[in-house]
Design a protein around this ligand. Sequence first.
Ligand SMILES: [Fe+2]
Length: 286
Amino acid sequence: MRRFAGSRALAETLDRPLRIAHLTDLHVGTVTPHAAQLAAIEAVNAAEPDLVFLTGDYVCHSLEHLDELHDALRRVAAPMVGVLGNHDHWCGAPAVRRALEGAGVDVLVNETRVLEIGGQRLQIVGVDDGRTGHADVEHAVRDVASGLPTIGLSHVPHEADALWEHGVSLVLSGHTHSGQVAVGRMNELFLAGLGGHRYIHGLYGDRWGRRFPGAVYVSAGIGAAVMAVRMGDRARREVALFELGALPGDFDEHHAEQDPRPVGRALAQAEWELWRSRLRGGWLKA
Ligand SMILES: [Fe+2]
């Protein structure tokens, strides 16, 4: 469970604080133990959130385990809003969507919804999966009203860049699983180097809106699509909590905001420098 404050824009537009639980990449199926998904939902309920946001990849390689998805999500004791991920599209988006809606999830497909929770309105922009070419940010934001507290959901983190330009100051995402092996920053090396991902795990950008127009949170999620192995603190299964209305600095957070990871030539140079300094620092001497 990792806990973070929201953005300045959210704090300025909310009349009262809201606690959001963010859950992603459940991946029901044979790779991820069902106990892991149930434990995550227990943790979500224990945090007593006002809302639960889900950012895709509910299934793994088939639609055979939708009953487990329903079994897990029907236990959530708060309103749920979600978007789809690449595995949901690969396996069959209409069936996954029906299962989600049957469990009480409001599924957003490139659209904006305004919810009212205890008299507080919150505008949610849901972007469909970008990995499979279904993301349409322009369509998703067409009904966005200015002046309302607004948060974005996107399975693929890099859609955040376009959402920031439309005034969405905080975006929640998943997809990377934090590389699942985060020892020695291997996840960054592989996801940024081979995958071209600028956002690997955790908070990126700027919730104050100074250095970047907004921030994106990339959760390590719960499940896996290939192997259930997870190594290193940053790759642990996680539920993220966001205290909307609180400001960065109001309480201790797991880590500070990061800059987007360099990719391409910039990455090659940065990684080379890192590994050279490690070698000089003792790995060769040892
Ligand atoms: Fe995933």
